[in-house]
Design a binder for this molecule. Structure first.
Ligand code: FPP
Length: 238
């Protein structure tokens, strides 16, 4: 694996849990449960590889439109995961964060998340951010509202400084599983120059090796940030 061009911040759209379950004749919630097992492995692998920030899309602001049973099951799964994994995350020096309108999620889940954030806030390893009830547009609206409430001027710098986690670097790499070529309202503001890698595997099928392949793909990309960057001149044929 190429290690000298490691992304500092990796964001993941964990898609395809439902399709994974359906193909096996299982209920959608079993797909999400398998997705949780993948997330556990991928977080530890990313941490061991030296990624500094991992941000995952666990529940979007649009996911409330899903059947009630699925929404409830997902909330419960995230809450159970937050409680069960806290010890292991703390032991691994993981710093837990959230992004999203957390005041709108069930109180017991909010409490589990707050406990995780508080317990791990001084950890110095990977920063693991769970995007829950998260929408990229809502994040920008919330930032602008906060600026106006302070009587400030709305500038790009001010918006960046009022995002949910303004101290975090913008994602270098966005991974999306299950083949869909969409951004789905994830980290819209901070992904202006993020490299996108889409893989065909569903999220439950994704593993440490898949992560390594995505990091290798990232390492081959030339990042331009809107400027002109010299590419190596190709050798003419013939
Ligand atoms: C997308 O698959 C996935 C989600 C909406 C939820 C992601 C949640 C997990 C991976 C569960 C574990 C999370 C934590 C934090 C413990 P989909 O249901 O849209 O799949 P489909 O497009 O195939 O239907």
């Amino acid at each position: 694996m190429i290690t000298d061009r490691l992304p500092a911040h990796v964001a993941i759209i964990m898609d395809g849990n439902g399709r994974w379950a359906k193909r096996r004749g299982l209920g959608r919630l079993l797909g999400h449960r398998e997705g949780y097992r993948t997330l556990r492995k991928v977080l530890l692998a990313a941490s061991e590889l030296g990624v500094r920030y991992l941000t995952v899309y666990a529940f979007s602001a649009e996911n409330w439109r899903r059947p009630e049973e699925e929404v409830k099951g997902l909330m419960k799964l995230i809450e159970t995961a937050a409680r069960d994994e806290l010890r292991v995350m703390h032991k691994n020096n993981v710093r837990v964060r959230v992004a999203g309108r957390i005041d709108e999620v069930p109180a017991t889940l909010r409490q589990a998340l707050c406990d995780g954030i508080e317990t791990t806030k001084d950890n110095t390893g990977i920063t693991f951010t769970l995007a829950i009830n998260y929408g990229g547009r809502a994040e920008v609206v919330d930032a602008v509202r906060a600026i106006l409430a302070e009587g400030g001027e709305v500038t790009e710098e001010a918006i960046s400084a009022h995002l949910y986690n303004p101290d975090q670097p913008e994602p270098d790499l966005m991974i999306r599983t299950a083949g869909e070529m969409r951004w789905s309202n994830f980290l819209l503001w901070q992904s202006a120059y993020t490299e996108l890698v889409v893989v065909s595997e569903t999220w439950p099928e994704f593993d440490e090796n898949s992560l390594r392949r995505c990091l290798d793909e990232y390492a081959t990309r030339t990042r331009k940030f809107g400027a002109v960057v010299d590419e190596p001149t190709p050798i003419p044929h013939g």
